[in-house]
Design a binder for this molecule. Structure first.
Ligand code: AMP
Ligand code: ZN
Length: 114
């Protein structure tokens, strides 16, 4: 989907600071980080929101979560603590309509989120 920002990053049309890549996933630093670690994990296949996931995507969703945990471990956040967030639709703050998992860490994170 050429109009999608994250599809364009995946296609290499827009630069991003890549953290991890495999056949199914790309992870890159958020351009407007909200914590010392703020990485976005995205599937290479365009899926607009969590509402588009089906049972066939269970392995993909699990790989996204495990990718976030591996990056947090690499960044030294595994023991101190990190947060993963999927925003789904505008009311929850989703601004890019290509599924992405935020992985945040490196500082104390308040709860509840805003
Ligand atoms: P959300 O609000 O959950 O849809 O998150 C979208 C995230 O994408 C925000 O945290 C933005 O800072 C981030 N973002 C927007 N454009 C870019 C970009 N070109 N490269 C990296 N991150 C981006
Ligand atoms: Zn997309």
């Amino acid at each position: 989907m050429t109009s999608c920002l994250f599809c364009r990053i995946i296609a290499g049309e827009i630069p991003a600071a890549k953290v991890f890549e495999d056949a199914d996933l790309l992870a890159f630093n958020d351009i407007n980080p909200q914590a010392p670690m703020h990485v976005l994990i995205v599937p290479k296949r365009h899926l607009a929101t969590l509402n588009d996931l089906t049972a066939a995507d269970d392995a993909l969703a699990g790989a996204m979560v495990r990718c976030a945990a591996a990056i947090a471990r690499d960044r030294g956040c595994a023991d101190s603590g990190f947060r993963t967030v999927f925003n789904c639709n505008a009311g929850a703050g989703q601004t890019v309509f290509h599924i992405h998992l935020h992985a945040l860490g490196g500082r104390v994170l308040g709860w509840p989120p805003g």
